[in-house]
Design a protein around this ligand. Structure first.
Ligand code: PGA
Length: 242
């Protein structure tokens, strides 16, 4: 079941997302985390809450959704670096408990299977998601099987263009592959929190919520999950029927 929450803008979406997330900032909980522009406001609120209220992450574990293939973790646009810069370095989560898939090494598919096994042993309580303008969740581009596990994937042309802004607007610098949790992996999370803001997400939001459940729009599978919260701002909600 999807609970839809409509808010005015990005700041309100981040406030609302923090309200939902706060319930999970407790010892023993497992967070599924995401990168991109969408979660930055939420992460800023989590850092503030840690600093002001002393909310501790010592007993919290996390699993990130994805990582570019071939970028060293020291590269500022690696998702490992992103997570440290925007969240992990500012809270007290233990390094060994904050998992980001590795996009480096000889046996990426083997590492991907090991990542799924860890998630199976440590089920995610709340999975944070953004949505791509093409309806992707994590790097599960249109056409990805709904039952996929963590795997190596090629980025869609539209995703490479969307992410160009992080690579000096130079398309040749954007990695073309990523390791991503599969749709099947994501669907195992007990609660899913998806945030979508901005006009470039409006079509994907409509397809996700009002379209058929179809691999053409990977996010449409969320209609089949039992506990999803979707937070949309006015611009992202603009094409919705209701
Ligand atoms: P964004 O990306 O948060 O940078 O818009 C979302 C996504 O591609 O999943």
């Amino acid at each position: 079941m999807i609970t839809l929450i409509k808010v005015r803008d990005y700041d309100e979406a981040s406030d609302k997302a923090f309200e939902v997330m706060k319930e999970y900032l407790k010892p023993g909980k497992v967070l599924g985390l995401a990168t991109g522009s969408t979660p930055l406001g939420l992460y800023a609120r989590m850092v503030f809450d840690h600093e002001e209220n002393g909310t501790s992450y010592q007993e919290i574990r996390s699993f990130n959704l994805d990582e570019y293939v071939g970028l060293p973790i020291t590269h500022p646009e690696s998702y490992y670096a992103f997570m440290h810069r925007n969240l992990f370095d500012h809270i007290d989560i233990k390094e060994e408990n904050a998992h980001v898939p590795s996009g480096l090494g000889e046996d990426l598919e083997g590492q991907a299977r090991a990542y799924d096994e860890m998630i199976d042993e440590t089920p995610v309580d709340i999975q944070l998601l953004g949505i791509g303008s093409d309806g992707h969740i994590a790097f599960n581009e249109p056409g990805t099987p709904f039952d996929s596990g963590t795997h190596v994937t090629d980025l869609a042309e539209s995703t490479i263009k969307d992410n160009c802004r992080f690579f000096d607007n130079d398309i040749s610098k954007v990695p073309t592959q990523a390791v991503t949790q599969g749709i099947g992996t994501i669907m195992k999370a007990k609660h899913i929190l998806l945030i979508a803001t901005g006009a470039n997400k409006a079509k994907a939001v409509k397809d996700m919520l009002e379209g058929p459940v179809d691999e053409v729009c990977p996010a449409s599978i969320l209609q089949r999950h039992e506990d999803v919260t979707v937070i949309v701002d006015e611009a992202a909600a603009a094409l919705l029927d209701k």
